[in-house]
Ligand binder design. Sequence first.
Ligand code: COA
Length: 343
Amino acid sequence: MSDKLTRKFLKQLDRKVWLKKVGIIGVGEYLPEKILTNAQLEKMVDTSDEWITTRTGIKERHLAAEGQAASDLAIKAAQQALANAKFKAEDIELIVVATITGDMSFPSTAAIVQNKLGAKKAVCFDISAACAGFIYGISVAQQFIACSTYKNALVIGVEVLSSITDWQDRNTCVLFGDGAGAAVLAEVAKGGIISTYLGCDGSKVDILNLPAGGSRHPATYATVENRQHFLKMQGNELFKIAVNTMTKAAEVVLKQAGLTFADIDLIIPHQANARIIMAVAKKLGIPEERVYLNIERCGNMSSASTVTALCEAVGEGKVKRGDIILLDAFGAGLVWGACIIEW
Ligand code: COA
């Protein structure tokens, strides 16, 4: 072996030896008090409880109160996660907020959260990966901790989707909700994140986006009049792609981990549509009882969905120490992410 190759090999060996195991050591969630039921939606648009329930699995969703922004929800979830992890805010070294509905275009919602939490020494930034945001977030945080750049991280998935929902569009307004979930990540002696897999297909930006308000179409009277500040989605087209992509992501991340579906105790998928989730489970051969759902009560909360579902599954005792869980998500970008964790 040449000197150059020997050095490269030793460097790789060194990395493997010194990379730390990273796990989630605490979780928290916050769902706003206000609830919007399907029956209430029947009075707002031409829809029915029967249509929404059978097509999506959603019965109700939580909505932020007027004046309640993403950071307000994020703080409550973060405080619960910190208490759950027995961690002080001032000890947090990194805050990553996954969101597409942050308080403002800039600065980052993570910076606002840092100040409100009193997490003075934390480095902060946001991630825009829509429904896969939380999995992108923990994957990024994992790298920083594994390489010893930071000792710990607070990863938050939060959305106030009601602020970009067109309440006159029955195709979309029945689907979304608001909420926040948070996780504290740190080095663990055993288990932790076993494998992550992220992906993106930027050729399909047009099928799910928020057209105006960015540098492409800054806010004008016309963009407001044309309702361009509300989320647009070609749901039908997304449905098939979501099923195939989430199935593939689960297969890839399992293969990377050297595991099979029989090893998975619980799948915690992104909650876009109960029919999408059950189609993925069926393709993977995973029985319904090993799939966690909170969509009936929460709707689709984008970045907040996977992490709140994880938090609830832990709270209900459905995830126990030593269990192997699979997180699997897909969303606007198009982006996707899957992650296997030994709890
Ligand atoms: N109430 C009643 N009827 C509705 C409705 C509502 N809220 N929304 C749509 N419809 C109608 C449509 O207008 C259409 O009527 P038409 O046949 O007369 O044109 C009919 O229902 C069927 O619409 P379609 O879009 O084919 O329904 P669907 O079974 O595909 O369900 C979604 C629609 C949005 C629930 C589904 O496509 C979906 O969940 N897509 C993926 C969402 C997703 O993954 N998002 C991104 C990732 S987060």
